[in-house]
Design a protein around this ligand. Structure first.
Ligand SMILES: Nc1nc2c(ncn2[C@@H]2O[C@H](COP(=O)(O)OP(=O)(O)OP(=O)(O)O)[C@@H](O)[C@H]2O)c(=O)[nH]1
Length: 262
């Protein structure tokens, strides 16, 4: 009899395993894939995301169905958003026959900003990670990595002129409700910095951001505390971890701080 090829190829992954060891997470790591992402009610946008997708594997099964992770992303109606993550997790666990799972996707997200004086528009890029973990219940977080300017209060105080300042990377991972947009979360964080960053600045804008940062000096401790206070005041945020790394311009190392209330 002439069986189709899939029937003639042995399904090794599906054979029993005798070692009696559960695997906590198995799946695909660092897969880059174009998918649709929807931040709010706006039309979904195309993003290129890096995926990690894992499931729990029972002790008596040799291998998981690796190909099915990609099949999930190939579904024509696959749109990623905070509110769709629970359904995506349910589908993944069902298709993979698993009881626990992890999905994360990290992608660049762009916001069009107007320069502070000239008003010229340009895009600013941020890295966003959506993560869903299912064990006994679903844990859903959003992480935003936001570069800002920080200016040292001590340096400003003790120097006859100038103050050292640098680019800082703020990372906020938070549990947020779907009422909060990514843009709102990013804006709230940028407002706590000595200055926010822009893609395009003309000379009057450059003067403005330089003086603005000088008027708003912040230690790395001030940054994480001010961001934590701002997040704690939000009804749509129910837990957060704020991390900040200042790439010091007077040292060859960074100043770093974290507040973990996740
Ligand atoms: N489990 C497992 N699969 C691997 C590994 N390395 C490669 N593969 C994958 O094995 C895949 C094929 O296996 P399955 O996903 O089980 O494909 P299939 O049996 O045709 O599909 P299903 O019937 O849906 O399970 C290929 O896509 C490879 O990516 C590995 O270390 N472990």
């Amino acid at each position: 009899m002439n069986l189709p090829l899939t029937h003639r190829l042995e399904d090794v992954q599906n054979t029993p395993d005798k070692r009696q060891l559960i695997i906590d997470k198995v799946g695909i790591k660092s897969l880059r894939y174009p998918v649709l992402f929807q931040s709010t009610t706006e039309t979904p946008i195309r993003v290129v995301a890096e995926f990690n997708m894992y499931v729990h594997l029972a002790a008596d099964v040799k291998g998981t169905h690796m190909s099915r992770f990609i099949e999930l992303l190939e579904r024509p109606d696959s749109v990623f958003s905070l509110s769709n993550m629970p359904a995506f997790m349910t589908d993944m666990l069902e298709l993979l026959g698993a009881k626990q799972g992890h999905v994360s996707l990290r992608f660049p997200y762009f916001i069009s900003k107007a320069a502070p004086v000239s008003g010229v528009k340009s895009f600013m890029d941020y890295d966003i990670t959506l993560t869903a973990d299912y064990k006994d219940e679903l844990e859903l977080t959003v992480k935003a990595e936001i570069p800002v300017t920080s200016l040292c209060p001590c340096s400003k105080k003790i120097s006859d002129y100038g103050a050292h300042n640098q680019r800082s990377l703020v990372s906020v991972e938070a549990r947020i409700s779907e009422n909060m947009t990514l843009d709102a979360l990013i804006q709230l964080i940028e407002e706590q910095a000595s200055s926010q960053l822009y893609g395009l600045l003309k000379r009057p804008d450059e003067k403005y951001v330089t003086e603005f940062a000088y008027d708003n000096p912040k230690f790395v401790e001030d940054l994480v505390r001010d961001i934590a206070v701002a997040l704690a005041q939000q009804n749509d945020v129910s837990g957060f971890r704020v991390e900040c790394e200042n790439f010091e311009s007077i040292h060859n190392h960074s100043a770093y701080a974290v507040i973990d209330q996740l």
